[in-house]
Design a protein around this ligand. Structure first.
Ligand code: SF4
Ligand code: SF4
Length: 153
């Protein structure tokens, strides 16, 4: 059990102690974990693309097959408290990663702002600069590698 700050569940419980509903509410809906990544064969670095899974609804950045996501996309990783620390491609803005690293949620997080659009306004959402895999030739995925440090991403 953590020391209470403002009494929010994410400040008083560890990730492993959360109910399924609390756990799910931590996802800010940025859609970044649904972006395709490539691994550099030489360096092992993870390269980010701006191509998202075909099941991501780009209007609200939510998965359209969430209950069946792992069956339909075997590479779709089901996040859990014990997996977070080992996933180096999870974005720094992701609430699961922030909490696993002992950090606070940012004020644009919907649990604090009360508005899912605050994720988009903060520039964290993939909405506006990503493209669905159904729109491109996936054999040319390298053409869609982007620099994640760009202001827009
Ligand atoms: S990166 Fe984290 S917060 Fe963003 S959609 Fe994925 S799980 Fe949710
Ligand atoms: S199946 Fe859903 S959660 Fe998994 S990568 Fe695709 S859109 Fe994201």
């Amino acid at each position: 059990m953590k020391e209470p700050q403002n009494g929010h569940f994410w400040e008083t419980k560890s990730l492993a102690e959360m109910t399924p509903k609390e756990w799910e509410s931590l996802c800010d809906g940025c859609g970044r974990c649904c972006l395709y990544k490539l691994e550099d064969e030489d360096s092992g670095d993870i390269l980010q693309t701006n191509v998202v899974c075909r099941f991501l609804d780009l209007s609200n950045c939510r998965c359209t097959t969430y209950p069946r996501r792992h069956k339909r996309v075997p590479t779709c990783v089901l996040l859990s408290p014990d997996k977070i620390a080992g996933l180096k491609w999870i974005p720094e803005s992701c609430a699961y990663r922030l909490l696993a690293e002992g950090k606070e949620l940012p004020d644009w997080h919907p649990l604090l702002s009360g508005d899912p659009e605050s994720v988009y306004r903060a520039g964290v959402s993939v909405r506006g600069w990503s493209i669905s895999e159904s729109e491109i030739d996936m054999d040319r995925l390298e053409d869609y590698v982007v620099d994640p440090s760009d202001d827009e991403r």
